[in-house]
Design a protein around this ligand. Sequence first.
Ligand code: PHE
Length: 358
Amino acid sequence: MGSNLPRHMSSPVEELEAVVSEAPARIDGATSVDEIDEVEAQLLGKDSTLGRVRRSMGSLDPEDRPVVGAALQKATAEINDLLASKRAGIEAAAEKARLEAEWIDVTLESVSLPQGSLHLIQQTIDEVVDIFVGLGYQVAAGPEAELAYYNFDALNTPATHPSRLESDTMYLDFGDPADEVLLRAHTSPVQVRWMENHEPPVYIVVPGKAYRTDTIDATHLPVFHQIEGLAVDDDIQFSDLKGTLLQFAREYFGPETTVRLRPHFFPFTEPSAELDISCFNCDGNDLDCRVCSGAGWVELLGCGMVDPNVLEAVGYDPGSVSGFAFGMGVERIAQVRHGISDMRTYIDNDIRFLRQFP
Ligand code: PHE
């Protein structure tokens, strides 16, 4: 075979054969993807023997060209095959190492974090407020440390009213009637605070805490919750009060519920009433009923038409607007609905009780 290379130098074909025979050992020495990339550049790159032979093809004798070309192709293919299989091996090993490092035992028992829930009282507040929001009411709030003026005077409660005594109401500052501060005995003061700052129409519900010097027993807690309601508009009538409370009672206690209003007295409503609901447990047919004790009715909340003196105290004109108000005890209504025999369970923090209202 003729050649244009000097005799003392090996032919391109021999050079290629030499590279191919050394290739397995060099490729095998690579232990990472980076190293295999480097070996690939050394064996096939521009400055490699193969690269040089490739570039020299044009200057070869025409009769040498097919032979060298075939040898170059063969060498390239063999080296490529070796590189590809080594690369696959390295990648598989890396994947295996990664899987081993990330291995977890999915059959191990996990640490389960206990999930809490809202207290029944908060759940009850949320549910009742939702009912009234659905009727178009806004939610209002006021301070728990309240001036005697808002708790009593503005609510048409005379200076001599027995509930003003220290034996009934918890005072923070007692004695000088003008600056007396107390823990509000009901949520009704928020009626006054809202009306002082808003023009009618008024449709609000006020959930919040109230405080009385009651001794703790099955039906009394000295710190408890109320939800106040107030509606003032240009033609609010007693029938609106009854219809609204009937709607509430049906949504909260069940669609079959009926209501009755019994005459009562509150200084800030006239006329005043107490609302009873029909017993959803026995409907009056069970003398031993745990909910109504056979009466057929369950006392629920206080309500009435806003006294004109209250409207006047906030600057409203009783000649052109009228309203109704109601106040319900949250502990009370939840006790009735869920058949809770003792209110103290609300504050015992006994997890067995709380878990019944997830
Ligand atoms: N504030 C009254 C109470 O605590 C309830 C009530 C509110 C009555 C609004 C009438 C109108 O007993």
